[in-house]
Design a protein around this ligand. Structure first.
Ligand code: FES
Length: 114
């Protein structure tokens, strides 16, 4: 398979039960990426778009999180009901604006917390 036009990085990080940050896996992201891959195939987007599992994207508060590249935006609070729309938009090179919780910023201003 060639390099894709677009990548969807789905956080599948799992933290131990009771961790104050929670995690996207606890919210159901492992099922989300499975269905997202199926949706990309169904809508004919799998050649242009790759959905990949990711570790923590540091957007835990608004998880389930998906980073879209090369647009460099973050979808937050993603649910199963959003998956088909995400797949279609990615195939068409569009963004699902209602799901965007972060956009490209000047990352040189502040170091993230570890
Ligand atoms: S656990 Fe998913 S963004 Fe941190």
């Amino acid at each position: 398979m060639p390099h894709r036009d677009r990548y969807l990085f789905v956080c599948t990080n799992r933290r131990e039960e009771g961790h104050p940050k929670g995690s996207c896996a606890q919210k159901g992201s492992e099922a989300i990426i499975k269905v997202l891959k199926e949706s990309l195939l169904r809508v004919g987007g799998a050649r242009a778009v790759r959905a990949c599992s990711s570790s923590c994207l540091d957007m835990c508060e608004t998880g389930i999180s998906i980073v879209v590249e090369p647009e460099h935006i973050v979808y937050g609070k993603v649910t199963m009901d959003d998956v088909e729309e995400i797949a279609i938009a990615a195939k068409e090179g569009k963004i699902v604006d209602r799901l965007v919780v972060a956009r490209k910023t000047d990352s040189s201003k502040k170091e993230p917390e570890v």
